[in-house]
Design a protein around this ligand. Structure first.
Ligand code: COA
Length: 151
């Protein structure tokens, strides 16, 4: 598997990006300003992440997804470690990520990759998403923000 930056004239893997974020307008917005990286296996794109610079010191992992058939094999973890490494090389001091209060697996994964919870943006999802989101039998309302120092 190879992880590489999406080429300038290459279509981003929208279906994969929508697995992580159901809002197409939001996905399109951060694809314009962020950097998109893809995981490729035998020319097939099986994973994606997007990094978005928030300030000269801080970068956000704004989307990460692995195709359903390839999940649970360590690819998500490899993508996160790649995002952390690239952010370090770019000179950022902090990397941030946010996920829903109902995203139990993602919360486990981010903490296994060194992130710690910094804050909770209550009602973020009810404010920004038209449809109610349910996951693991839990109403997704609050954004859990996590971060890690890179230096
Ligand atoms: N519950 C508990 N732990 C979980 C988990 C779950 N549902 N899902 C993953 N993990 C843990 C694994 O146990 C593993 O830990 P280990 O290395 O100690 O065994 C670790 O996270 C890495 O798992 P990995 O196989 O690398 O994850 P993945 O390739 O399936 O990718 C996602 C994880 C979240 C990217 C993938 O499931 C996905 O694309 N989901 C849909 C999109 C999404 O929700 N994106 C994130 C939005 S915040």
């Amino acid at each position: 598997m190879q992880i590489r930056k999406l080429n300038i004239n290459e279509a981003p893997p929208i279906d994969l990006l929508l697995l992580a974020d159901p809002s197409l307008p939001l996905v399109k917005e951060y694809l314009n300003t962020g950097d998109c990286y893809v995981a490729e296996n035998n020319k097939e794109i099986i994973g994606v992440y997007v990094l978005l610079s928030k300030s000269p010191e801080t970068i956000e992992l704004i989307n990460i997804a692995v195709s359903e058939s390839a999940q649970g094999k360590g690819i998500g973890k490899q993508l996160i470690m790649d995002a952390i490494q690239r952010s370090k090389v770019k000179g950022y001091q902090t990397i941030e990520v946010g996920t829903g209060n109902s995203s139990i697996g993602q919360l486990a994964l981010y903490q296994k990759c060194g992130f710690r919870i910094t804050s909770i943006d209550r009602d973020f999802f009810t404010r920004h998403y038209k449809e109610d989101i349910f996951e693991n039998g839990i109403w997704c309302r609050d954004m859990i923000r996590l971060s890690q120092q890179l230096n």
